[in-house]
Design a binder for this molecule. Structure first.
Ligand code: ATP
Ligand code: MG
Length: 581
């Protein structure tokens, strides 16, 4: 017996009375941002545990459409879809040192034999293990594989619904090339695919230079959705030349004043009872914050260090970690601060710290003259501080956070700073994993080389939320057609009215016959309730069948427009088709 080809995975029609989309009239208290609020209210999502969610039918339809776009664009650049295990043995992670380095974000478990495993937060180790057994010749390169899968990260602060989950859907891809030129090419292909993916999802993204972070590697870019509502990542960008970077990475332009100003001011100890913060000390001594020094004590691996920036600047912990050659730095606790500064919190300074505590000073600190800093003594500060004369930093380097109005490192125009959501990330990993895990190939001459690797992620579930952040109004979601759970909703004003009911059902079938995804609101609800739900869920096209059907007319309303339009019932299907095209 011949088996039939699988039908389309999409149910093209649905009756509203049957849709499992429990909408909520009230805003859920736990939801701080629009996407989280609207996904709960529109019945797209339900929470099981912190950062762990069930996607309800409408929400999952949108997620599947995003996955489909991702698949099409990844296949177009030669990506091949695989499915790797979620459960990963600890030994693999020991090979790269990441069992420890990845830290508490990794969800760990043991099997019945006490063997350790992780729930995959990412898959560099697994894929490298896969290819090292099978790839041995340059003839097998390049290769790019990807998967779409749940990832597990025990985030410190799961929040904002799908934006920062502990279980979330990621598309992760990995490329293997024979050399840097090959990697550059693979990276460009994925970069361009990402531009298309986000465009097709209706997202406006900004690509920024990023810090390579704990994963290691060199070139890396992030795809950011700029939105003030979600301060998950800060971006510095220049409207003049187009420079854009994560603030963690953004270079602070430094121009030495060249004025090796001599001060005659002497170092002087002054009492500052109870004055701990920059604001307090500045007000108390009547000296502006930019003439103060801010000193913070950090733990960096096994080391304790003091980082110093100007009082009006912020320390950039990512730059500090880079300067110290560690993965992460951690602010010291009160006890350690007391040990290192011999003073309570609030009076740290670079002069007279405990022995063996290196001082990392920002470039701008060395430009200060007659400055003020904590005296490492309770309730006291120094005035008249002369860096170089009164203390000698071990390292002088850019360790501050860029700010709005800082000059652009490329063109010197003032930078802007905005916050955003990272939806995608591309990385040139190079040989980091292939070397650690001994994944090599032989070239034409029989020489052995490590594979050159790239990795590329898209937060699929986060993307769904980011789209809502960019596309909503006070009434609900405004889905772009490309990822809307359904395209059309047909709403009879009074479903009990025979004529309206018949016309609505006819329309529903006519649309369905064209393969358009349509919902019929067959509920015996007041029209206001039905309109509210349709707006909340964000169906792009609404057709209302009311009394005018007597004159052969229906109302057509696009979710992103304010006004409805009266349309002849015989032409409405054609109109819908042309809108969807
Ligand atoms: P973040 O800085 O936001 O924590 P990351 O640098 O840890 O992100 P990657 O390891 O590059 O993220 O993961 C690839 C993509 O997965 C990210 O670009 C993001 O879109 C998504 N992602 C990362 N963490 C989460 C999370 N906790 N919840 C939802 N999506 C996430
Ligand atoms: Mg992270």
């Amino acid at each position: 017996m011949a088996t039939q080809a699988a039908e389309s995975v999409w149910a093209e029609t649905m009756k509203m009375s049957q849709v499992y989309a429990p909408t909520l009239r009230e805003n859920p208290a736990e939801a701080e941002i629009a996407s989280h609020r609207l996904m709960l209210r529109a019945g797209l999502l339900r929470k099981l545990s912190a950062g762990i969610y069930t996607y309800l039918p409408l929400g999952y339809r949108t997620v599947r459409k995003i996955m489909q776009i991702v698949r099409e664009e990844m296949e177009r650049i030669g990506g091949q879809e695989v499915m790797m295990p979620v459960v990963q043995p600890a030994e693999l992670w020991h090979e790269t040192g990441r069992w420890v380095d990845y830290g508490d974000e990794m969800m760990k478990l043991k099997d019945r034999h006490s063997r350790e495993f992780a729930l995959g937060p990412t898959h560099e180790e697994v894929i490298t293990d896969l290819v090292r057994s099978e790839i041995n010749s340059y003839r097998q390169l390049p290769v790019m594989m990807y998967q779409i899968q749940n990832k597990y990260r025990d985030e410190i602060r799961p929040r904002f619904g799908l934006i920062r989950g502990r279980e979330f859907i990621m598309k992760d891809a990995y490329s293997f090339d024979r050399d840097q030129t090959g990697l550059d090419h693979s990276y460009d292909l994925v970069y361009q695919a990402y531009v298309r993916i986000f465009e097709r999802c209706g997202l406006n993204t900004k690509v920024v230079e990023a810090d390579a972070g704990a994963i290691g590697g060199s070139d890396t870019h992030e795809f950011m959705v700029i939105t003030d509502a979600v301060g998950e990542a800060e971006i510095a960008y220049c409207d003049v030349c187009g420079y854009a970077a994560n603030v963690e990475k953004a270079v602070c332009t430094f121009e030495p004043s060249g004025l090796a100003q001599e001060t005659n001011e002497e170092l002087k100890l002054v009492d500052t009872p109870g004055q701990r913060t920059i604001e307090e000390v500045s007000a108390f001594l009547n000296i502006p914050p930019h003439r103060l020094m801010k000193t913070l004590i950090y733990k960096a691996g096994s080391q304790v260090v003091a980082a110093v920036v100007r009082g009006d600047h912020e320390i950039n912990e990512v730059k500090l970690a880079r300067a110290l050659g560690v993965l992460e730095v951690e602010l010291a606790n009160e006890e350690l601060i007391a040990q290192v500064t011999k003073a309570p919190v609030g009076f740290a300074g670079p002069i007279g710290l405990a022995d063996g505590v290196p001082i990392i000073a920002d470039l701008e600190v060395m430009e200060l003259h007659g400055a003020v800093c904590g005296a490492n003594s309770a309730d006291q500060h120094y005035r008249g501080v002369e860096p170089g004369r009164d203390f000698a930093p071990d390292t002088v380097v850019d360790v501050r956070m860029v700010g709005a109005d800082d000059p652009c490192p490329k063109c010197k125009a003032p930078l802007s700073v905005a916050s955003g959501i990272e939806v995608g990330h591309v990385f040139k990993l190079g040989k980091k994993y292939s070397q650690a895990m001994n994944a090599t190939f032989l070239d034409e001459a029989g020489q052995e080389h490590p594979l050159v690797m790239g990795c590329y992620g898209i937060g699929v579930s986060r993307t769904a939320a980011a789209v809502i952040e960019q596309h909503h109004d006070k009434n609900g979601i405004i889905w772009p057609i490309s990822i809307a759970p359904y395209h059309v909703i047909v709403v009879p004003v009074n479903y009990k009215d025979q004529q309206q009911r018949q016309a609505a059902e006819d329309l529903y079938r006519a649309v369905e016959d064209l393969g358009i995804e349509v919902i019929l609101d067959d509920r015996d609800e007041r029209p206001g309730v039905k309109f509210k739900d349709a707006d909340l869920i964000g169906i792009p096209i609404r057709v209302v069948v009311g009394k005018r059907i007597g004159q052969g007319q229906v109302e057509l309303k696009l979710r992103w427009e304010d006004e409805a339009e009266i349309v002849d019932v015989n032409t409405v299907v054609g109109r819908i088709q042309s809108i969807l095209r």
